[in-house]
Design a protein around this ligand. Structure first.
Ligand code: F6R
Length: 617
């Protein structure tokens, strides 16, 4: 949430900042701003709305500098106004700051700073930190060279912060310096030749360099055009490790697609292939993972697994629960990360904890990870973003390799998570009672999934025509049984977040215990059905809806024997093994939600009130 881009180098900075912000806009899009260092002081442009508005506002002046910072905002403290947009400038004009996170003790800071003569022109928590840095900068002893003064002032100020931050800071007296720091919010340093960037995400860096330093909590970096130095806030020097980013600029481009969400839905055959690449055993009967950091012997001791995550990733955990219990016979519990971290859940010694997070930065998931580790549990992560905080802090894990996910509504990250969950279930199952023959069958089914997904996305036009019929309804139910229940939850979440239609997901049979009261011609139901022992039960649930004049959209596998005229509309997906079915069933609801949102004229990639990578509690 909130995107930061800072640059120091030799190139004109305005274009670099605006392009970087455009790439980070999915992190927040309430307002945006930039400031460029100029001899006469900071040149500033800020506006409410999208980066496109800022681009127009910034076109009014030249902004000739080569040092600047910028921000795209997801409001926490203070409404969406120009005054609350970042960058903030201290009341003495010395310090400019952009910030992602929450300064919890900002009110105390403000009170203190007011007694020292500093004034405030916004309602933000950030402005308090900006003025605090100015205060420490002014207080630094005379005679200390300016360089040390600015860097030291930032470090000293951060020692007083309660809360989270990723920041980039400029000082009016220091034309050749920028300072960045992080705690709880991501900040990545891009290392070029004679130029450096700070950004909340590599997406804003890859156009300039693939060399990055993933800053850690409590680290502060001092940048000049000649180099950089990393220290902790407590003044310890840090040896920064330069990593290589594997994502390319093209990975983060829209290409011919109208929206990132659509692009990412169509990316899924490739992202699923990437999740599986090199991860099956030579005999084709099980999966293998390089980064679990647990021996087979240790894994066999595990007698319970707790999965924890937020939002869509939490739905992926529910699929994992179903698959691991079915194939590996290990009891699984799924916890909302935001709840898990605050309750004292009893875990026993052979419990393994898995955290699941596309971004690897979601603050609640990170806090749940830290809490489980504090209790001494082995914690593994399933994450998409290499070098993210969760990836670094977990004891091991599995990278999704899904490529950058930029659409705010998660799509390809979800299907890659549930495919990995199936591979994990297979791996753990084969260590226990799952037979060689069953293992071979599952591997075959998973390998077929990308091809099946290609066939489903090829039905986009058909799904679009169904979307057009139902787009004006105000309520939807999504109903599925067993592993289709989490897919029903995911379908409902996708629809509500991008089209603002009220939607609920339920286990299909649960409908009779309350939600059936909602059924009417005005409230369509999306059902999931596959062949097998419970098909007839699902058919009965559909008939119960039809008997109450409810409209039904049925997503079913091609091998289902169904009564004629059962549903109003159908989407047929390839028949598949239970291990692969959740992936296949997801794709039609992603497309349905996308096209319904489009019909309603919604901004699919930037739904209202939302932002990707939730780094505030
Ligand atoms: C919904 C969505 C969110 C995220 C959630 C967790 O489409 O994207 O619900 O799934 O905020 O995000 P990560 O996976 O980055 O931890």
């Amino acid at each position: 949430m909130c995107g930061i881009v800072g640059y120091i180098g030799k190139q004109p900075v305005k274009r670099i900042l605006l392009e970087g912000l455009k790439r980070l806009e999915y992190r927040g899009y309430d307002s945006a701003g930039l400031t460029v260092y100029a001899q006469e002081g900071f040149q500033l442009a800020k506006t409410v709305g999208r980066v496109a508005n800022l681009t127009k506002a910034a076109a009014k002046s030249t902004f000739p500098g080569t040092l600047g910072i910028s921000h795209t905002r997801w409001a926490t403290h203070g409404g969406v106004t120009d005054a609350n947009a970042h960058p903030h400038i201290s009341s003495d004009g010395k310090i400019a700051l952009v910030h992602n996170g929450v300064i919890e003790n900002y009110a105390d800071m403000k009170r203190f700073l007011t007694t020292k003569g500093y004034t405030f022109s916004s309602e933000t928590d950030t402005e308090a930190l900006c003025n605090l840095i100015a205060y420490h900068y002014a207080k630094e002893t005379e005679g200390t060279p300016d360089r040390t003064r600015f860097f030291t002032a930032v470090r000293k100020s951060l020692l007083h912060v309660e809360g989270t931050y990723g920041i980039a800071v400029l000082c009016a007296d220091c034309p050749d310096e920028m300072v960045g720091a992080r705690k709880g919010s991501p900040l990545i340093l891009g290392v070029g030749t004679g130029e450096y960037l700070l950004a909340s995400d590599v997406a804003a860096i890859v156009t300039h360099t693939s060399n990055v330093v993933y800053l850690k909590d409590d680290e502060v970096v001092h940048l000049t055009r000649e180099g950089f130095q990393v220290m902790t806030t407590a003044e310890y020097g840090v040896e920064a490790k330069i990593d290589q980013v594997t994502w390319t600029v093209e990975d983060a481009e829209l290409g011919d697609f109208a929206h990132y969400m659509l692009k990412e839905i169509f990316d899924q055959p490739a992202s699923l292939e990437n999740a599986m690449r090199g991860r099956f055993s030579d005999d084709g009967s099980t999966a293998k993972f390089g980064g679990l950091n647990l021996t087979p012997h240790e894994l066999r001791q595990v007698d319970r697994i707790v999965f924890t995550a937020c939002g869509t990733a939490w739905h992926a955990c529910l699929v994992a629960e179903y698959l691991i219990e079915k194939f590996a016979r290990i009891p699984v519990e799924v916890e909302y990360a935001s709840e898990f971290r605050y309750r004292n859940a009893p875990l026993d010694k052979n419990t393994l904890v898995f955290v699941v997070s596309q971004s690897g930065e979601t603050i609640d998931t990170l806090a749940a990870l830290r809490e489980a580790q504090r209790k001494g549990y082995r914690c593994l992560a399933i994450t998409n973003v290499v070098g993210s905080t969760i990836a670094r802090e977990s004891d091991g894990g599995i990278y999704q390799h899904a490529g950058p996910e930029i659409g705010v509504a998660s799509t390809k990250a979800f299907t890659s998570q549930i495919l990995i969950a199936a591979m994990l279930a297979l791996y753990l199952g084969r260590m226990r009672d799952l037979s060689y023959a069953d293992g071979v069958e599952i591997v075959k089914a998973l390998k077929e999934a990308p091809g099946h997904v290609k066939k489903i996305v090829a039905q986009a036009e058909h799904i679009r025509s169904i979307a057009a019929k139902y787009a004006q309804h105000a309520d939807f139910l999504f109903l599925g049984r067993q592993a289709m229940f989490p897919i029903a939850l995911e379908g409902a979440l996708k629809l509500k977040e991008i089209s603002y239609i009220h939607a609920e997901g339920y286990p299909a049979a649960e409908m009779k215990h309350g939600p059936i009261a909602l059924i009417s011609e005005q409230c369509p139901s999306v059902f999931f059905a596959s062949s097998g022992e419970i098909l007839q039960k699902v058919v009965s649930n559909i008939q119960e809806v039809k008997a109450r004049r409810g409209k039904v959209i049925l997503i079913h596998t091609e091998d289902c024997a169904l009564p004629d005229g059962l549903a109003d509309d159908t989407i047929v997906i390839p028949a598949a093994h239970d291990a692969a079915l959740p992936v296949l069933a997801t794709v039609p609801v992603q497309l349905l939600s996308y096209y319904i949102a489009l019909e309603r004229g919604c901004d699919v990639d930037k739904p209202r009130n939302l932002a990707k990578s939730v780094t505030v509690e």
